[in-house]
Design a protein around this ligand. Sequence first.
Ligand code: SAM
Length: 292
Amino acid sequence: MSSPTSTARHFEAALYVVSTPIGNLGDITSRALALLREADVIAAEDTRHSGRLLAHFGIQTPLLAYHDHSDPALAERILDRVEAGEVVALVSDAGTPLIADPGFRLVRAARQRSLAVVPVPGASALLAALSVAGMPTDRFVFEGFLPARAGPRQRQLEALQSEPRTLIFYEAPHRVLDSLTSMREVFGAAREAFLARELTKQFETLISGTLEELVQRVASDSNQQRGELVLVVAGARQCDSAAEDPQVAKSLRLLLPALPLKQAVAITVELSGASRNAVYELALALRDEPET
Ligand code: SAM
């Protein structure tokens, strides 16, 4: 029987994966606050950073440092506490743990030990950006951070050239111009894109445009190379939609009379971002069209 001074517990023993705000502290959920308050311990990517968040909400739960490069024995000790009946929270510096953040090894180890792992969902920059990009959301691909070096970055983008699903990238501010420039080269200047910067914060900036327009904007405004950002890029157009795109047909109609077919196709692909095969098919059809 509980003593008159003990407080009722609302959470069962488990490892709770708790999302925290990506900027605006108002985005923390009431369930996250209750859990963080009641937890026996909070495993945090950076205890000083999370300490400030907890202090803001007057939460005094002890913190311990955990990241995926921590000694595996630490993960096991954290999980021993869950097994012993404690409520353990996992947080990262911002947003949802494990999403381009530490936690994967801990969650995997917990699952391997058949311990309860419970999500306390909330903010994540990728979904916040996608939800306002105005691009198809029924199917999308999260690519995380691109490689920092030009060669590997270019190769990774080339592997995505024909990907039809909406693409989402995290990027560091000092690399955004290089990445956008590589994307323009690989995906074509006309591919639709969206830059979401400083989401939920004072200088939140949301810019839609073609990759060409985004390169120009970011190159000419150094403010766009500051803070935190997400890039959303439209997927490659599929075969039959190139034929439906009036811009593709218009470009080919203008170029085909003046240039060899291959060159007209190459320029149209560059301008439209449509798939080379689709543009080639359309070019053949237009070339063979009877003159009116
Ligand atoms: N776990 C986080 C989440 O759920 O979004 C992501 C952590 S990852 C280390 C940090 C990256 O997320 C940043 O470099 C940026 O690409 C993106 N990001 C985080 N907060 C953001 C914000 N407020 N606005 C735009 N991008 C943000």
